[in-house]
Design a protein around this ligand. Structure first.
Ligand code: ZN
Length: 241
């Protein structure tokens, strides 16, 4: 089975469409989405429709939960909170019912999936050695997939040793032993590469391939401005920060 893993689409339809076109070119068996389909970006309903159609498995993230009113806006920084309130008003009944049906964690044969981490599936950023170690300790599957930080990562556990780190576009990993993988963010990358991120997993060949695809950033920026969303959200997309 060959699977595309996407995460943190954040209502960036232009980025999602570019990633889905790249996924189509690979003729894969399934798409899995690790959550935060909405929040920050200008096209939440179209992204919900597209992810609902395409993803066999989809998690809910903290930005989805704040848009549903299940998390308080006060837990977010100013730009994220402003975008969350805008998204709450914008979300259609169909989008709400789609997001409401999702969980922040899932388990499939050979893999455990979390929006954020095993210790805190909604909020914890898996960016420190301590956090990665805790997630390995709390899981048993050979493969653990997380999103949330918007930073593509591949970390391998060999006994007590952790090995690996950032996984820029083009990184290829042999999945021997246990791995934590973060595909990076489709709609708001924060690892210095502004291109939309996704991950190709070959579960038979035990290989992971970190992919990046260019998309029309300027069009998403224009949509953000037209929606009246905070200017910083448009600016950061150009730099992947
Ligand atoms: Zn996110």
């Amino acid at each position: 089975m060959r699977v595309a893993v996407i995460s943190d689409v954040h209502a960036n339809l232009r980025a999602l469409e570019a990633v889905l076109a790249a996924i189509d070119d690979e003729h894969l068996d399934a798409v899995w989405c690790l959550g935060d389909t909405v929040g920050y970006g200008p096209r939440p309903n179209e992204c919900c429709t597209s992810v609902r159609e395409r993803a066999a498995l989809c998690l809910v993230g903290n930005h989805d939960l704040v848009a549903l009113g299940d998390i308080a806006v006060g837990d977010f920084n100013d730009e994220a909170a402003a975008a969350a309130l805008w998204t709450r008003d914008e979300l259609s009944a169909d989008s709400q019912s789609f997001l409401r049906g999702l969980e922040p964690a899932a388990r499939v044969e050979g893999a455990e999936l979390y929006h954020a981490s095993a210790r805190d599936p909604v909020w914890e950023y898996l960016l420190s050695e301590d956090a990665v170690r805790a997630t390995f300790d709390l899981t048993t599957a050979p493969l653990v997939l997380v999103g949330h930080s918007h930073v593509a990562l591949a970390v391998n556990a060999r006994g007590d040793e952790l090995d690996g780190g950032l996984a820029p576009g083009g990184t290829e990993v042999e999945l021997d032993g246990r791995w934590v993988l973060n595909p990076g963010s489709t709609g708001q990358p924060r690892d210095g590469d502004p291109r939309a991120a996704w991950l190709l997993l070959d579960l038979e060949q035990r290989r992971a391939s970190f992919r990046r695809v260019a998309y029309p950033v300027k069009e998403t920026q224009a949509e953000l401005r037209a929606a009246g969303l905070p200017p910083g959200l448009a600016a950061r997309l150009a730099f992947g920060e």
